[in-house]
Design a protein around this ligand. Sequence first.
Ligand SMILES: *Cc1c(COP(=O)(O)O)cnc(C)c1O
Length: 381
Amino acid sequence: MPQDFSTRAIHAGQAFDPTTGSVIPPIYQTSTFVQDGIGGFREGYEYARAGNPTRSSLETLLAELEGGKHGFSFASGLAAEDALLRAILSPGDHIVMGNDVYGGTHRLANRLFVPWGVALSTVELTDLDAVRAAFTPATRVLWLETPSNPLMKISDIAALVELGHAAGAIVVVDNTFASPYLQNPLALGADVVSHSTTKYLGGHSDVLGGALVIDDDELAEKVRFLQFAAGAVSGPMDAWLTVRGIKTLAVRMERHSANAQAVAESLVGHPAIERVYYPGLPTHPGHELASRQMRGFGGMLSVALRGGPAAARAFAESTELFQLAESLGGVESLIGYPSEMTHASVKGTELEVPENVIRLSVGIEGEADLIEDVRQALAKV
Ligand SMILES: *Cc1c(COP(=O)(O)O)cnc(C)c1O
């Protein structure tokens, strides 16, 4: 019988230590492994850049949760994306990317790959005709992010996969905002899932990491080679902290989603708020699609303030529980001003975020406390 997500999140790749019976597998804090004679590797381990059992346990878990064959853990989300793009692209190739992907993803493509000779187009992913029109004979990658950041747009993974494959592209989905608990892109036909495990997977704002999950053996081999040859791997302590975080992913995502829904509903109709961007609201243009392709609506929401940039700044600087910081996906609530913080690198490009938008990462604190905090802060704008 296939096991429930919550069960797999706790047990996949996490067998107890056979030597001591330790329920939690040890953290293999080592850089190298003794050989039984030259080339006699125990369990295949030789040197920690090539492989470490703690990283392997995380990679097994990631593959299991996204329903893919091969899992890879990297030092950060961007390190994972860089390895993937280098595994796929050569000069002369073309990437089609959503027009509100994570700012750092756009920067990586635009500042590292474009100068190397790769062409980049950004496109509105909710407009399938626009996506179709963006493909060229050189297109090798279609890069999606849904829900998007920070405007929480929902794009149709299955439909975009069909278009991407018809154009000969490898379809990559950055699944960071949803987490594998709420959305599984490989099951919808995508070729690669990418994560910043820094966010919901780690879940406690205490560790940086990235992940890729890939079904295709040939692409996985290329990524494995780059992981080894370029070396942007996660260390054993970071891999272990991420595994520890993932064990509670299911319960955390349920609570993140419930709290975000409650906060979003409390903001609708507030006189200081022009618009609430949250896919759990029936008025959200992607609500119906999100209901089909996700298991819940997640913990991220954004709002546009009627009072413009000044009101937005005042709101972000007036919350008490919601701490003013970049990043997202931790148990504690955070608030951010995308145009000056997470999305500062895309100012002046078509990925620019309106200056009256504030993004909330709703944590798992008490719902009433979060609603009260937002209310008192809005009273000050
Ligand atoms: C944070 C983030 C990244 C980058 O990950 P790092 O771990 O910071 O390198 C990529 N995509 C999304 C959606 C993110 O939120």
